[in-house]
Design a binder for this molecule. Structure first.
Ligand SMILES: Nc1ncnc2c1ncn2[C@@H]1O[C@H](COP(=O)(O)OP(=O)(O)OP(=O)(O)O)[C@@H](O)[C@H]1O
Length: 254
């Protein structure tokens, strides 16, 4: 049987800062088209894991490969160019630009075009067409001319996802996409993420504290605890895992 090259492969990844071991010996693979939920208590190392994969931080041990290509020496922008996209816990939008303009910038970047604002607005060009399509995919047509600063948290998250879609990365890391989002917006975001995964066959990793969202969306769930990977398995197996229960799920995690 032919072996598929993993979309993402971590081997013995660790981060030591000064004397502190922030992350230790994390190894797992993510198959193309797979969705991995990442859970764990506050301070477990979830965001650090994303920072190491995306190149915000450099691992002090181990190796990280995307589609078979080692990324350890690549800076953030080169990892992005190689097909890695991510969102952050805090909003990364240009607050003074409108929804279309924000998404257009991501499309222009993908197309290798200048990021000059003087390119705005040219209807019907390639970047404009991508922006329009991505706005539709996240259901923000009615707010396409609203300033990012004036949007609700939920709509800001949708714009960030639309920017990812416009950049069209092979592997997407979502860091708490529901953080600060009102309960009315959670279902809409879940649906958008489900479509990104199921319909577009994208490879995703998602850190999320809403356990029901993670267990409902993910093919497998990775549990972080004290900087280590406690378990990675299918949702049912994670729920039944006694080590996970005593370390995390049993402690009333949200
Ligand atoms: N650059 C850094 N320098 C020093 N300590 C760090 C650094 N980055 C992360 N840490 C520490 O590593 C630990 C893991 O942090 P991290 O933000 O990855 O946790 P998390 O699981 O994402 O938590 P949360 O759910 O609260 O976002 C924390 O104790 C944090 O203080």
């Amino acid at each position: 049987m032919q072996k598929t090259t993993p979309a993402l492969e971590l081997q013995g990844v660790g981060l030591q800062i000064g004397g502190a071991r922030i992350l230790e010996d994390v190894s797992f693979t993510v198959q193309p088209g797979e969705m991995i939920g990442v859970i764990g208590p506050n301070g477990a190392g979830k965001t650090t894991l994303f920072n190491l994969i995306s190149g915000v931080l450099k691992a002090t041990s181990g190796t990280i490969a995307m589609s078979g290509r080692t990324m350890d020496k690549l800076p953030i922008h080169a990892r992005a160019a190689a097909g890695l996209g991510r969102t952050f816990q805090t909003s990364s939008l240009f607050p003074g630009l409108d929804v279309t303009e924000n998404i257009r910038l991501a499309a222009q970047s993908k197309l290798g075009q200048s990021l000059s604002l003087l390119n705005f607005p040219r209807r019907g060009d390639a970047a404009g067409a991508i922006a329009e399509d991505c706005i539709k995919q996240v259901g923000l047509e009615a707010k396409s001319r609203a300033r990012a600063a004036d949007l609700s948290h939920g709509d800001k998250r949708k714009v960030e996802i639309a920017m990812l879609l416009a950049a069209d990365p092979a592997v997407i890391l979502l860091d708490e996409p529901m953080a600060g989002v009102g309960s009315g917006d959670v279902l809409g975001l879940v649906e958008i993420i489900r479509r990104m995964h199921r319909e577009s066959g994208r490879t995703l990793m998602m850190v999320e504290h809403h356990m029901d969202v993670v267990l409902g969306l993910a093919d497998r769930v990775a549990v972080m605890h004290n900087g280590s990977l406690l378990a990675i398995d299918e949702p049912d197996a994670i729920i039944a895992n006694e080590t996970v229960q005593s370390a995390y799920l049993g402690q009333g995690a949200a």
